[in-house]
Design a protein around this ligand. Sequence first.
Ligand SMILES: [Zn+2]
Length: 59
Amino acid sequence: MKIEGYAGICACCFVPVKNGEEYRFPVSKTTFHARCIEQYPNSYYIRRERRRSKKRAAK
Ligand SMILES: [Zn+2]
């Protein structure tokens, strides 16, 4: 889903992420709020993306 002025939907809290507030793990296309990464580092989706990102980056 693409909304003008927004980078995507946060996979942690499911709220649209404004451009400039987004965070993506290296080689990942999943969008999070930078603040969600800070606030919920143990969120299931954040842990999963972090793990996937490391796996992909290792190749
Ligand atoms: Zn969020």
